[in-house]
Write a protein that binds this ligand. Structure first.
Ligand SMILES: [Zn+2]
Length: 386
């Protein structure tokens, strides 16, 4: 008797109904998964036919000289001496059990994928919503001493070519700008170590005349502790100092709202997450060193820019009764930047004035394509103040 599942196995034996000790001659047929029991009638009971699934049938282990016993869920049983047939049925049951195991495994794979999907959704949610919230919280809670350290280390990193060089403005002009910056400082408030660093945003590398692909150009940006860097190129771009003060007030808004720090924490949070997921220990080693770059390359969210513009707008309105100077310089930066994009597409680094305008340090220049909206918003602030 071989065990093809579709093959019919039939065997003779004895049926016990479990209620009396009387036994009846019976036939058991197994076909596929279906077990059919037919017991003959005796003087007391009529003929019986019952059907079960093979999986419902318990087969007792074989013992030498003892009839094989099959038990059914209703506590009836079938006994037979046809050991070979029982063994064929047992094989079939085992195979079914093994298949059942595979089915269970498939079930658990489904569960695994579902769990992975859930995990992916969670990670995505964390990155999209949790991380920014945590980053903002951490930024707000960071003590001033840490901010000052952060500023110092970032300036150390930036204060050499190809990033920044000493300002080429005259000492008198620098003193004038410093004096004006103190107005912004006094207005911005908060316990920050405000200072204005005037720098050349396009320092030449020794000898090779290259900017190293990372020029700041006409730019201004704030570090978390209150350090504001403004380049000679931005000073040159401005038509008057009101424009520059508008920019500096905007930067002070990034400081007081701690935008830069939140961005850094968010970027480093992702780095940390990547490090954990990939087990990349090299990344862990460069973790601390990544902070200044994260600050400078990320730029700010649109929401952060709007918030900083509102700070600047309030400053301009209080001091000059108009936001126009800031709107003007934003528009000029935007146009300049658009020109630079065309040039860089042609593979040229600098425009005719020798001003390298494609910038990877993005604060003001990052504003495009949002510049039109920002200018409109600043105009609306002025309208609302009237
Ligand atoms: Zn900004």
């Amino acid at each position: 008797m071989t065990g093809n599942d579709s093959e019919r196995v039939q065997l003779e034996g004895i049926y016990f109904d479990g209620r009396s000790s009387r036994d009846r001659t019976a036939r058991l047929t197994v076909q596929g998964d279906q077990v059919t029991l037919q017991a003959d009638a005796d003087g007391v009971s009529g003929g019986t036919e019952a059907r079960w699934q093979l999986s419902q049938v318990t087969i007792d282990p074989s013992l030498p000289g003892i009839r094989r016993v099959l038990k059914f869920p209703d506590r009836t049983r079938f006994e037979t001496r046809d050991d070979a047939a029982i063994r064929a049925i047992e094989q079939r049951t085992r195979r079914n059990r093994a298949l059942g195991g595979v089915r269970k495994l498939e079930g658990s794979w489904g569960l695994t994928f579902a769990a992975l999907g859930l995990m992916a959704a969670f990670v995505w949610g964390f990155i999209a919503f949790g991380l920014p919230a945590i980053a903002r919280g951490a930024a707000a809670a960071t003590p001033g001493r840490v901010l000052t350290t952060f500023d110092r280390e970032t300036v150390d990193l930036l204060d050499k070519p190809p990033y920044l060089g000493p300002s080429k403005l005259s000492a008198a002009r620098q003193a004038e700008l410093q004096r004006e910056f103190r107005q912004v400082m006094g207005w911005a408030g908060g316990a920050y170590s405000y200072r204005l660093l005037l720098r050349d945003g396009e320092p030449k590398d020794d000898g090779n005349d290259s900017f190293g692909g990372f020029p700041l150009g006409a730019n201004a940006f704030a570090l978390p502790g209150g350090t504001v860097v403004m380049t000679d190129q931005l000073v040159a771009l401005a038509r008057n100092d009101r424009e520059l003060l508008g920019v500096l007030a905007h930067e002070s808004g990034h400081v007081t709202h701690r935008h830069g720090l939140a961005g850094v924490y968010q970027a480093l949070g992702l780095t940390l997450l990547t490090t954990v997921v990939t087990g990349d220990l090299v990344s862990a080693g460069t973790f601390a060193a990544a902070a200044p770059a994260a600050l400078l390359q990320r730029g700010y969210s649109r929401a952060a820019e709007t918030q900083a513009d509102e700070v600047a707008g309030a400053f301009m309105l209080a001091k000059y009764g108009t936001t126009k100077p800031l709107r003007d310089i934003l528009a000029r930066l935007e146009n300049k930047d658009a020109g630079a994009d065309e040039k860089s597409a042609e593979g040229k680094g600098a425009d005719e004035k020798g001003v390298q305008s494609s910038s990877r340090v993005e604060d003001l220049l990052q504003s495009h394509p949002g510049t039109a909206n920002r200018i409109e918003h600043l105009r609306a602030l002025e309208q609302a103040a009237k």
